[in-house]
Write a protein that binds this ligand. Structure first.
Ligand code: UDP
Ligand code: MN
Length: 336
């Protein structure tokens, strides 16, 4: 009898011990499970952040190395010895202006030895542009020239109805005539404020001796418009669909002119009364005698380094709702 009791007791004790162990184990797993998950997610977040930082630094190093290899003598020369790029940008006030100029300035500030001539289409220079330029740390020339009323596009008028940027580009060219030594080594390039530029396009144009040409993406109703290059590497026509008979069927973003070449025709000006699509042709006819004189860039005109992008007109209909309710606009005290 006593023996069976002790046997029973022993069994009970063993069960209790097993139960305690089981409970202990479950508790351990539960506690450590949640805290481990927390620390694992913390560690993985920090590692992810560090990995992102490392990979963006690696990209930056690669980019700088690439630029360095493109510099004469492996980048040992001072960049101030590079030919100067005079980038001419007409710009006009609209809701997206600051966004466009911010995007553009963040490209142009990566280009060595560039002077940004920015010409506002306005009676006076605006604070928005002045502050943006000052903040960029770039070498800039800030001008203004208002489009005559009769040449200003009216609301809802299609933009191809009137030439844009005419008087502004002339003001910039005049500034160059008045302020740049004609012997300066450099080029002139027209940079609209809404296009998209790869840094490579600036490398291509920098050493142009007369007029250099290259493809432009997303223009003229095509994915790409480009000069037609023959077996000898010379331009013999234009791969465009719209108005290919133009002497130079190329967008403003598709060429740069050497400064010395420019100074040979120093009185030249853009005009308003020009057939649609002929601004570029009329300009280039003054600086080039024949197509085969053009310098073919961007790997025989097979690479696209600039895109004629256009920003959609922004929808501000809720500002009207605010106005109708007698409320102030959303940007009171905020520059957008
Ligand atoms: N522009 C300007 N005043 C205007 C319209 C345009 O100064 O009334 C500028 C514009 O900011 C841009 C350039 O002229 O830098 C070309 O204009 P847009 O981009 O509208 O022309 P498109 O894309 O049709 O060539
Ligand atoms: Mn444009």
């Amino acid at each position: 009898m006593q023996e069976t009791m002790t046997l029973k007791n022993k069994r009970i004790i063993i069960y209790i011990v097993i139960l305690i162990f089981l409970l202990w184990g479950i508790k351990g797993i539960w506690w450590s499970g949640t805290s481990d998950a927390k620390s694992v997610s913390l560690i993985s977040e920090t590692t992810l952040r560090q990995e992102n930082l490392i990979s963006s630094l690696k990209t930056e190093v690669a980019r700088l190395q690439l630029q360095l290899t493109k510099c004469p003598h492996g980048g040992q020369d001072d960049v101030s010895n590079l030919p100067i790029i005079y980038a001419i940008t007409p710009t006009h006030k609209r809701p997206v202006q600051k966004a466009e100029l911010t995007r553009l300035s963040h490209t142009l500030m990566l280009v060595p030895n560039l002077r940004w001539i920015i010409v506002e289409d306005s009676e006076t220079k605006t604070d928005v542009v002045a502050k943006l330029l000052a903040k960029s740390g770039m070498q800039f020339i800030h001008l203004n020239a208002a489009t005559p009323k009769e040449w200003k596009l009216r609301a809802k008028e299609p933009r191809w109805n009137k030439p844009r940027g005419v008087i502004q580009r002339n003001a910039a060219l005049q500034w160059i005539r008045d302020n740049v030594d004609p012997g300066t080594d450099g080029v002139i390039y027209f940079v609209d404020d809404d296009n998209s530029y790869s840094l490579e396009v600036f490398d291509e144009m920098r050493n142009v001796k007369g007029v250099g040409v290259w493809p432009v993406g997303l223009v003229g109703g095509l994915l790409v418009e480009r000069p037609k290059v023959n077996m000898l590497g010379k331009v013999e026509g234009w791969l465009t669909v719209w108005s290919p008979q133009r002497p130079f069927a190329i967008d403003m973003a598709g060429f740069a002119v050497n400064l010395k070449r420019f100074f040979q025709q120093s009185d030249w000006k853009f005009a308003y009364e020009v057939e649609k699509g002929y601004q570029e042709s009329i300009f280039l006819q003054h600086f080039v005698n024949s197509l085969d004189e053009l310098e073919v860039k961007a790997e025989n005109c097979t690479k696209v380094y600039v895109w004629h992008t256009r920003t959609e007109a922004v929808n501000l209909n809720q500002e009207d709702v605010l106005r109708k309710k007698g409320k102030p606009p959303s940007n009171v005290g905020i520059e957008v």
